[in-house]
Design a protein. Structure first.
Length: 442
């Protein structure tokens, strides 16, 4: 390399590092309300546009309740709820209501795992077998008539990267299909014997054929099955996060719930987010509804009711957390701040980059055209966006009942959208997201 080129690169690197450090130093440590709208580049007229949009969702029976949250540079320009959290009893929704977060749990557990990486206790490319020797090392290629599997060795061992981007091969392919058949057969036999109890109770829902008291039990059972594909070769969603959570327990030496609380939730001030609550918390949960043919129909509240417990020991990494939108917004702002919020550093900036700037999946995968995933988050790109305003630096994920969020470093903003509906219109969130970006002239 020529000396002149080296000098240019060195100066550019110093400048980039200086800018990064300046951004970290000035990163907001708390949300600021009553922001100067004009200074933030928006107006009451634009905010009224979001009000009208969300109210229209309620008026058209597309949602029972909805809450939106938008912050730019830590300045909260929008935090409002519309509709009813209990339609039958006409209880109005509020922005402080509790929602079932489902897969939003995954990102929090991934961050908790990455704190172990920063402590030097594990590396992201370590083989999982180093910590859990029982992890499968064979791939199923056929199911024999007696229900056993014909297998072959894996092309390479499973790593923690595979767990964080859902490419582990656990409970995938023909293994997933066969296990599903086994579960249905067991349920059928149980019902034929007069047992009407659910096979998986709320709060104990990792899948399989039994009610697990501890995550350890569920994952040791899962490890008895071969993989559905070679680690890193394909995308298969969900169960990998449960195995990652169990690895958090093994490596930290603490129950998942305790370690997540101490390493993420409590430092960020997310005091209302948890797997389980005291009975007094139940009225704070939004009731579940479905939107069917222009009408709202009550849905099962088994997940909120299952979160009320004093002595549950089962917590998993794929789902199970609950809480209000502002709590999760603190988590999003920490990530936007490159690892710090509430005066507490959770992860280093370079760790955030490792999680949110590198696609870990094959270019062609089961997630769909141009689907890209980092460590715990979907990565936005030009061909995958629901709306064009979202930058290429953004990353996001969501939950099955309609809780969604996006973290956009280039635009220095976070956007969250919460409903509590198993069946809902998929265009609701993109419509809100577009309006959120339009607040700032995008």
């Amino acid at each position: 390399m020529k000396k002149s080129n080296f000098v240019v690169l060195f100066i550019a690197g110093v400048f980039s590092t200086s800018v990064c450090l300046a951004q970290i130093k000035t990163a907001p440590q708390q949300f600021k309300y009553q922001a100067d709208l004009k200074k933030e580049g928006t107006s009451n007229r634009k905010i009224a546009g979001i009000d009208s949009l969300l109210q229209s969702f309620v008026d058209q029976n597309k949602v029972s309740s909805v809450v939106g949250f938008v912050a730019k540079g830590g300045n909260v320009v929008y935090k409002k709820a519309f509709g009813m959290k209990d339609v039958e009893n006409k209880v109005p929704a509020s922005a402080d209501d509790y929602y079932i977060l489902f897969s939003q749990t995954k990102a929090i557990v991934t961050v908790a795992f990455m704190t172990l990486v920063e402590k030097g206790l594990v590396k992201i490319d370590d083989p999982v077998s180093k910590y859990f020797p029982q992890i499968p090392d064979r791939v199923a290629i056929a199911v024999r008539s007696d229900g056993t599997y014909e297998t072959r060795p894996v092309a390479r061992p499973m790593t923690f990267i595979d767990l964080m981007c859902h490419s582990s091969g656990l409970n995938a392919g023909i293994v997933a299909s066969n296990r599903r058949t086994e579960r249905l057969r067991a349920d059928s036999i149980r019902k034929a014997n007069g047992d009407t109890a659910k096979s998986i109770t709320p709060g104990q829902r990792s899948g399989g054929t039994g009610n697990w008291k501890y995550l350890k039990d569920a994952m040791e059972d899962l490890a008895k099955y071969p993989l559905g594909f070679d680690p890193g070769s394909e995308y298969s969603y969900h169960i990998s996060s449960n195995m990652l959570a169990y690895m958090v327990e093994i490596i930290s030496g603490q129950p998942l719930r305790q370690y997540v609380r101490e390493s993420v939730l409590e430092p960020l001030g997310m005091k209302n987010t948890d797997w389980y609550y005291e009975p007094a918390a139940l009225p704070r949960f939004v009731k579940a509804y479905n939107a069917v043919n222009g009408k709202l129909e009550p849905a099962s509240n088994m997940f909120s009711e299952g979160a009320i417990s004093k002595n549950r020991t089962y917590a998993e990494g794929g789902l199970g957390l609950n809480g209000p939108i502002e709590d999760y917004a603190k988590f999003c702002q920490m990530l936007l701040n490159r690892g710090e919020f509430n005066g507490r550093r959770i992860l280093k900036p370079e760790t955030i980059d490792l999680m949110t700037k590198v696609n870990r999946l094959p270019e062609v995968n089961a997630g769909g055209k141009n689907f890209r995933f980092g460590l715990g988050f979907e990565l936005y790109n030009q061909n995958r966006k629901t709306i064009p305003e979202v930058s290429n630096t953004a990353y996001a994920w969501g939950g099955a009942y309609g809780t969604q969020y996006v973290i956009d470093p280039e635009n220095n903003m976070i956007v969250l959208f919460y409903i509590n509906m198993p069946k809902h219109d998929d265009v609701l969130y993109p419509s809100f997201l577009s309006k959120a970006y339009q607040l700032f002239g995008k």
